[in-house]
Design a protein around this ligand. Structure first.
Ligand code: SAM
Length: 287
């Protein structure tokens, strides 16, 4: 960064910038901006940003991470919902020619089309400090839409990181953990304290990296049915699968037969099953 560049992690600079633009933080949009100068460079490195790569960012805020990405990647495309931010970003990222913005809700945009149009054949990573109010839906949307990306490197609330990256069979593991495992290899990279943000949230955070798998770790005939079973099992995780899946509308006799065919006990609970077990139950249950 040149000496003339504004320090986007400097609280005095940020307050002055936002005052001049009449901008107030929106809690509803999960606006906690990073002010710890060591975090964005680490995130940009962790996602593998390099001159021949592209990076898709969600939620640039005032552009603190965007700028670190732009210094390393060939191209950065950043999606922002808050229509008060264009003039702010025009100022903070002035002269950064390899950054472009898409204004809108990342949950409603056609991300595969944006990636194809903007990045062509470049390898692409997703890198973002995600808004807390919508972390898991964004992660699941990114995975389920099978974006052609190498990895998803994101800051999330610490508890969400524990859930997303949990080892199978542990207390933290849930339906979302198995879904993540199906699409990616998940890793927690480092923790980030609440004091690293302006305003400071009531929770700590962590940066995780989901490295997208080329092939799923197990084969299943009907993915959607397997995930319906997984969600039903974890919705009532203390119950046996026979009871939780029956309560979710699957036939009791069919579930009992499927568990047996998959080599599982009738008293098994959701957290005891691996992805391969869920695939076997789903396949045994048939369409
Ligand atoms: N990247 C900045 C940083 O690290 O300081 C800001 C991160 S802040 C936690 C989340 C950002 O996501 C905000 O800029 C917010 O306006 C934006 N945002 C919230 N919901 C969004 C959505 N559905 N689609 C796109 N951007 C969204």
């Amino acid at each position: 960064m040149s000496d003339a560049s504004p320090r986007l992690t400097d609280v005095g600079y940020i307050r002055d910038l936002l005052d001049r633009h009449g901008f107030h933080f929106s809690k509803k949009l999960g606006q906690n901006f990073l002010i710890n100068p060591s975090v964005c460079p680490r995130m940009a490195e962790a996602c593998g940003a390099a001159p021949d790569t592209g990076v898709l960012e969600i939620g640039p805020g005032i552009g603190v991470l965007t700028r670190e990405l732009a210094h390393r990647a060939g191209k950065v495309v950043s999606i922002e919902l808050d229509d008060r931010l264009p003039p702010v970003l025009a100022e903070t990222l002035a002269g950064q020619d390899n950054v472009s913005f898409v204004w809108g809700d990342c949950m409603k945009l056609d991300l595969p089309a944006i990636i194809a149009e903007q990045f062509g054949d470049r390898p692409v990573a997703v890198c973002a400090n995600l808004p807390y109010y919508i972390t898991s839906p964004i992660v699941m949307m990114l995975l389920e839409s099978r974006l052609p990306v190498e990895n998803i490197t994101v800051m999330v609330q610490k508890e969400a990181a524990q859930r997303l990256c949990a080892a199978p069979g542990t207390r933290e593991a849930g339906a979302v953990t198995l879904a993540v495992q199906y699409y990616a290899e998940a890793q927690t990279l480092f923790g980030v304290s609440r004091g690293s943000f302006l305003p400071a949230p009531n929770v700590d955070s962590a940066v995780i990296r989901l490295t997208i798998r080329k092939e799923p770790p197990c084969h299943v005939q009907d993915e959607r049915q397997m995930f319906r079973l997984i969600r039903a099992g974890f919705n009532q995780r203390r119950k046996t699968l026979l009871n939780s899946l029956t309560a979710a509308g699957f036939g009791k006799a069919a579930i009992a037969a499927a568990l047996e065919a998959a080599g599982l006990s009738a008293t098994a609970r959701a957290e005891e099953l691996t992805l391969t077990d869920w695939a076997a139950v789903s396949d045994a249950l048939g369409a």
